[in-house]
Design a protein around this ligand. Structure first.
Ligand code: BGP
Length: 483
């Protein structure tokens, strides 16, 4: 008989990472330059509440550390998978670097060396009985597509994307069931012109009053590309499960004032419409009305809307790190503006980077999405960035990380066991220390495994088990019963 809080037997306990944050080998075996390779690192250290990194005009002359090296996973993955197998993970979420497969993005033939790399990596995971979970684009794309076509502001990108999607789905679809199209597709809203996907859209070449239009335009083409990917995947193999990936930070009203509550609700609708479109196949009425009201002249055709309606995702993948709090701005459209409306929540503590720690929010998030979208969910990121200290005996005492995960897993279990929300798995970010996406540092660490490298890529690169390693190991072994 099941005890009250027991998780399903086939639940995928895992970890999650992204290619450009750990592989390194940025110019090896025919790989092209990606948008992530030209982002400045280290200039904006200790950034609070989200990231503000800058895209340079070209590859940095002296190497971009530690991004260009990551943790050298390109060469170390067999050893790392041994350690991760010891941790006991059942799933490993990573991404495919588009530029390993199509270095420029507009070629007709893929790069075999890049394809082979992921073949070998996937086979190695399977040898350890680890289920691969793949994101097709995690904050990166060929830089050539940005320079030559203007990135996702150009409809042509849909075709380039589909060439890439078809190649990888055909190549790996026999071994990989779970796929996601664009990582945190909705973060374009929060980060505005500093978000990689928007810079992918060539946004920085535009006056700021065009920023909003281009953000919605680029997003629309990505949503069409995503729906066509689901169509294609199911034609290739009906078993394949295609998901979207949404960054989900619940937005709470600062008070019980009705205007604050409306503001919080609209902020949620606004930030998560990408999930709505992916899951229900429809744009919300308020958004179409907003485009009209603002005269945004978004290019969308009836055919686009039919595609979106016919091919919704199979599941909703999401990342969960924190919640936000808002107060009314008096704006009729109640649009969420991170700078203007962001308030501290007096009931919550923060990480060293100002991210509010809110375990209850994960249960709230799951209920909010399930009641609207009715799709199985997959928590594909959740974690605590911290300055860890490696002791001389090789230990790392990260009790703060254990506390974070314990509380979040408890809340997740309530959503699954009590609220009966179907959840495929849970992949904490990042299992092993990797380069931070927002700051480009190594110092903001998330792993259960410590990697001895600093922000300049200096260090032995050796791996050490943190205290959280043994803790997560017993969580997995007990299927979440022992926390
Ligand atoms: C998410 C990204 C990840 C990851 C994580 C932690 O937004 O999908 O790539 O990096 O956040 O963020 P950071 O590395 O900036 O601390």
């Amino acid at each position: 008989m099941r005890t009250e809080y027991q998780m399903p037997d086939d639940f995928l306990w895992g970890v999650a990472v992204a290619a450009h944050q750990l592989e390194g080998a940025w110019d090896i075996d025919g790989k092209g330059v990606s948008i992530a390779d030209v982002m400045l690192a280290g200039e904006n250290k200790k950034i609070q509440t989200g990231g503000r990194r800058v895209v340079t005009d070209d590859v940095l002359p002296n190497g971009n550390y530690p991004n260009h090296r990551g943790i050298d996973f390109y060469h170390t993955y067999p050893k790392d998978f041994k350690l991760l197998a010891e941790l006991g993970i059942k799933a490993f979420r990573t991404s495919i670097a588009w530029t390993r497969i199509f270095p420029n993005g507009d070629e007709s033939e893929p790069n075999e060396a890049g394809l082979k790399f992921y073949d070998d990596m996937i086979d190695d995971m399977l040898r350890h009985e680890i289920e691969p979970v793949l994101t097709m684009s995690h904050f990166e794309m060929p830089y050539h597509l940005v320079k030559t076509y203007g990135g996702w502001r150009n409809r042509k990108l849909i075709d380039f994307w589909l060439n890439f999607a078809e190649v990888v789905l055909r190549r790996y679809g026999d071994r990989v069931t779970y796929w996601m199209t664009f990582n945190e597709i909705n973060n374009q809203m929060a980060w505005q012109d500093s978000h990689p996907m928007l810079q992918n859209s060539g946004l920085k070449d535009y006056p700021s009053d065009q920023a909003e239009r281009l953000m919605y335009q680029a997003s629309h083409y990505e949503l069409v590309a995503s729906a066509l990917t689901t169509k294609l995947a199911h034609e290739i193999n009906t078993e394949l499960q295609i998901g979207c990936m949404i960054a989900f930070n619940p937005v709470y009203p600062a008070t019980s004032k009705p205007e604050d509550i409306m503001m919080a609700e609209r902020a949620m609708q606004n930030r998560y419409y990408w999930g709505e479109v992916h899951a229900t196949g429809k744009y919300p009425n308020w958004l179409l009305s907003y485009w009209q009201h603002k005269d945004l002249a978004i290019d969308y055709t009836d055919e686009d809307l039919t595609i979106i309606a016919e091919y919704p995702v199979d599941f909703v993948g999401f990342s969960y790190y924190m919640s936000w709090t808002v107060t009314d701005t008096g704006d009729e459209w109640l649009f969420y503006d991170e700078e203007k409306n962001h308030g501290d929540n007096p009931y919550l503590q923060k990480s060293d980077w100002g991210w509010q720690i809110d375990p209850v929010g994960v249960r709230y998030a799951m209920n909010w999405m399930w009641d609207r979208w009715h799709k199985p969910m997959f928590i594909v990121e959740n974690g605590f960035g911290a300055y860890d200290q490696l002791q001389t005996d090789g230990s790392v005492h990260d009790d703060y990380r254990i506390a974070y995960f314990r509380d979040h897993i408890k809340a997740m279990k309530k959503a699954v066991v009590l609220d009966k929300i179907p959840l495929i798995g849970y992949c904490p970010w990042s299992g092993i220390d990797i380069v931070s996406a927002s700051t480009g540092e190594m110092a903001k660490r998330y792993g259960f495994i410590y990697v001895d490298l600093d922000d300049l890529g200096h260090g032995t690169g050796m791996r050490y088990r943190k205290d959280s390693f043994a803790w997560y190991q017993q969580v997995i072994q007990s299927n979440g019963a022992v926390l």
